[in-house]
Design a protein around this ligand. Structure first.
Ligand code: CUA
Length: 155
């Protein structure tokens, strides 16, 4: 089959662009561990403070260097608002909101989740670099939105 020269060039270029995009997606998923925050379940926001595991928010060690953080967001703060884990830990956050839509973001990591009342969000991150990470609410949630934050200490 005869294909015009310019058409051949465009076909090759399109395949190259496609390959670059697929490589970028592959790298972000498999090498950088970027993921979509999963919807873990549903919970009644009116009784969430009495519903396990959200009746006991906190940091739980599941195994050496493996943690689960049960986090409750409300206007305008997080419970707990100070989290400590050793460097090299894999931390899974299980989070929901008690009242309105909030956000949960840890700058410097891939953690960026929307917190909807009634929905439990789950996100996992590996924290290798020691330091203090300020986590914050990044969905406008009212007059105290800008003070809604906490600190994650990787020691
Ligand atoms: Cu909570 Cu903004």
């Amino acid at each position: 089959m005869w294909v015009e020269r310019y058409e051949k060039i465009w076909i090759v270029l399109s395949l190259v662009v496609l390959a670059v995009f697929l490589a970028a997606i592959g790298t972000s998923v498999f090498a950088a561990g970027i993921q979509l925050p999963g919807v873990e379940g549903r919970v009644d926001p009116r009784t969430v403070a009495q519903t396990p595991p959200f009746n006991r928010p906190g940091v739980y060690e599941l195994a050496p260097k493996r943690y689960e953080v049960v986090l409750l967001a409300q206007a305008w703060g997080f419970t707990p608002n100070e989290i400590r884990v050793p460097a090299g830990s894999v931390v899974t956050f299980r989070i929901t909101s008690k009242d309105v839509t909030h956000g949960f973001m840890i700058p410097g990591t891939h953690v960026n989740v929307m917190l909807l009342p009634g929905q439990v969000s789950k996100v996992t991150v590996r924290l290798d670099k020691p330091g203090q990470y300020r986590f914050l609410c990044h969905e406008y949630c009212g007059i105290g939105h800008q003070v809604m934050s906490g600190v994650l200490i990787v020691e």
